[in-house]
Design a protein around this ligand. Structure first.
Ligand SMILES: CC(C)(COP(=O)(O)OP(=O)(O)OC[C@H]1O[C@@H](n2cnc3c(N)ncnc32)[C@H](O)[C@@H]1OP(=O)(O)O)[C@@H](O)C(=O)NCCC(=O)NCCS
Length: 335
């Protein structure tokens, strides 16, 4: 298998903050309830004229500037998102043109909140098989565009953001240690946005343009399944929690991360999440949390990081990774 490594990372969140106190004025909720049930304090909201492709481009520009990276020879672009600017064309093709990348394949990947890990796995597979050399992977969502701000059960949770990484061939690297993927379509009706069909698993779906979720069911499924699947990944790859310096679960909700850590007997202090200031940004939560960890001086080259995404589908994906980024050339502001 050909060696593969993440060489650079960049992130972006929109300027506008939506705090719990702002939400108190919009729906029947309060700061204490939101903090107690989710751990979220505020989220970022894209401008009306700012879409997922714009968030992606800003995250990639952050990556290029920090690591002095030239992306002319990127040969594949993968964007994980549930909120593309259009059903088609893809976000990946929009950013390919905008970034002036000439000879690259471009695809969007649909795996909801597990999308970034699926995209990373895809990039690794392409490179390990010798088919590609330099893959740009982005997890980005503008969930505010599909959130009903009169529904207090969802509008308190979601926010907008993007995270980009460059995955490159590196013969000497053994960075990608192990992975685990899965899907349980029997729960497809628990988180969705209506499409051409209005029915799944014989369940009639709500006919609304907004994201719909049964928070309780998702909560139950995650706590029941994610720790077991993480254990399966360890078994398959002959690794254990002792090999994990930092755990980065999808930042859905702090009250969801706590029981996962409890069931795994893994310390919350070694767990990274991006939800406190950014909310649940779906495909962006994991790269945002990783970048926060890097910028706070927690995650260092040589550390082993376990990412685990889960969400609508219901799908899940994990990746155990030894991080070894290139040296940062220019620090940039992180909002
Ligand atoms: C959404 C979520 C925070 C709701 O928390 P919960 O503890 O399950 O809350 P419930 O929906 O059972 O509601 C409990 C009570 O709080 C009320 N409530 C719901 N939202 C509220 C809000 N924003 N503010 C105040 N009260 C609220 C409910 O009406 C209910 O009141 P009742 O007992 O009088 O009927 C939680 O279920 C969750 O995070 N689930 C996972 C969702 C997720 O991560 N989705 C992303 C997919 S990856």
């Amino acid at each position: 298998m050909i060696g593969t490594r993440i060489t650079a990372i960049g992130t972006y969140v929109p300027e506008k903050k939506l705090t719990n106190f702002d939400l108190e004025k919009m729906v029947d909720t309060n700061n204490d309830w939101i903090i107690q049930r989710t751990g979220i304090k505020e989220r970022r909201i894209a401008r009306p004229d700012e879409f997922t492709s714009d968030l992606c481009i800003s995250a990639v520009k952050d990556l290029m500037q920090r690591y002095n990276k030239n992306l002319d020879d990127v040969d594949m672009i993968i964007v994980a998102t549930s909120t593309p600017d259009f059903p088609f064309p893809s976000v990946a093709s929009i950013i390919q043109e905008n970034l002036g990348i000439k000879e690259a394949g471009a695809i969007d990947l649909s795996a909801a909140c597990a999308g970034f890990v699926y995209a990373l796995h895809t990039a690794h597979s392409y490179i390990a098989a010798g088919l590609h050399k330099k893959v740009l992977v982005i997890g980005a969502d503008a969930l505010s565009k599909i959130t009903d701000y009169t529904d207090r059960s969802t509008c308190i949770i979601f926010g907008d953001g993007a995270g980009a990484v460059l995955v490159e061939k590196d013969e000497s690297s053994k960075s990608f240690i192990g992975f685990h993927l899965g899907s349980d379509g029997s729960g497809a009706q628990h988180v969705y946005r209506i499409g051409l069909s209005k029915k799944v698993n014989d369940t009639e779906l709500l006919d609304t343009q907004y994201l719909v979720q049964n928070g309780r069911e998702v909560f139950r499924w995650v706590v029941r399944n994610v720790p077991d699947n993480i254990r399966k990944m360890f078994k398959k790859t002959k690794t254990s929690l002792n090999d994990v310096d930092w755990f980065i679960p999808h930042s859905a909700n702090l009250r969801l991360i706590e029981p996962i850590c409890e069931k795994l007997d893994y310390p919350m202090g070694k767990t990274l999440y991006s939800l406190v200031n950014f909310g649940n940004t779906s495909a962006a939560t994991i790269p945002l949390a990783l970048d926060l960890g890097i910028r706070e001086g927690k995650v260092k080259n040589g550390d082993r990081v376990l990412m685990y995404g889960f969400g609508s589908g219901l799908v899940h994906a994990g990746q155990l990774l030894e991080v070894n980024f290139d040296e940062v050339k220019n620090e940039s502001r992180f909002l």
